[in-house]
Design a protein around this ligand. Structure first.
Ligand SMILES: [Zn+2]
Ligand SMILES: [Zn+2]
Length: 120
């Protein structure tokens, strides 16, 4: 009853309800009761109005700056000690400049270019 699982389920149900309560205003899915302009509005109400999207963007930028400030310089590159090395997110999210991360990022970019071409 009070397991973590049921907490998660309740949270998911609440989110599903709130998602359904959103209305499209000026093309944006907006939740009428969300605290607009906050990360809470974006995450917990799934509000996608301009102000909530701004809040999310700011939080992402802050988080990114925080994550990147933890990198250490090694052999002329900035290495993140906790990055999942050899993955594109190691490069793009963690900002790691080690050779495996750079290589993964390069592959991902090529892949994206390929996909964009296919969809065009
Ligand atoms: Zn909003
Ligand atoms: Zn790396």
């Amino acid at each position: 009853m009070n397991s973590r699982q049921s907490q998660l389920t309740r949270r998911r149900q609440k989110l599903a309800v709130r998602r359904a309560e959103r209305e499209r205003i000026n093309g944006d899915l907006t939740h009428p009761e969300a605290p607009h302009g906050t990360l809470n509005g974006y995450v917990n109400y799934e509000c996608r109005c301009g102000r909530c999207r701004d809040a999310q963007r700011r939080a992402m930028a802050q988080n990114r700056a925080y994550v990147r400030a933890q990198r250490i310089a090694r052999d002329g590159a900035l290495i993140h000690p906790q990055a999942p090395h050899g993955t594109a997110s190691g490069r793009f999210y963690w900002g790691c400049e080690c050779a495996p991360c750079r290589e993964a990022a390069r592959r991902q970019r090529q892949h994206n270019r390929h996909r964009t071409k296919e969809n065009a």
